[in-house]
Design a protein around this ligand. Structure first.
Ligand SMILES: [Zn+2]
Ligand SMILES: [Zn+2]
Length: 146
């Protein structure tokens, strides 16, 4: 997959990827449907779209899991959430409020912007809702980590 600009997926699909990233095993479509409160037929359609784009793979009889590209993308999405939430918390929002505000717009913030903000914040390691990893997806961070 080409290095993407971070704007490829709508918020809902980002949430699916982040959820799958937190699970080490394959997840059944029905479990996803009930977790996100959507109709099984709706989730099947979404899952097929994500599989066609290469973010997830079907595991026969076990459901779906992230592909390597999907894992990378999910890692970026998690980092994006945590950087933005940390930024809002820094400007006076409560942790809870910062997370929920960010959840509404995070899918619209590009990889470029996140890289710059991360750099300006000094590559923070700890977000308000989890650790922030500085991985190969962020060239600036990679230099820092070396
Ligand atoms: Zn959060
Ligand atoms: Zn960084």
């Amino acid at each position: 997959m080409e290095m993407n600009d971070g704007l490829e997926l709508p918020a809902k699909k980002v949430e699916y990827l982040k959820y799958l990233f937190g699970r080490n095993t394959a997840v059944k479509t029905n479990d996803l449907a009930s977790r996100f409160g959507v109709d099984p037929s709706t989730i099947t359609k979404t899952i097929n779209e994500l599989a066609e784009s290469g973010y997830i793979t079907h595991v026969p009889y076990h459901g779906v899991r992230l592909s390597e590209d999907g894992k990378q993308y999910a890692e970026f999405c998690i980092k994006r959430h945590r950087i933005l939430a940390l930024m809002l918390a820094h400007y006076g929002l409560s942790d809870e409020r910062a997370c929920s505000e960010v959840s509404r717009f995070e899918g619209l913030v590009s990889r470029y912007a996140i890289d710059r903000i991360c750099h300006a914040m000094g590559h923070p390691r700890q977000g308000i809702c989890g650790k922030i990893t500085h991985d190969s997806l962020c060239p600036e961070c990679e230099v820092q980590d070396a």
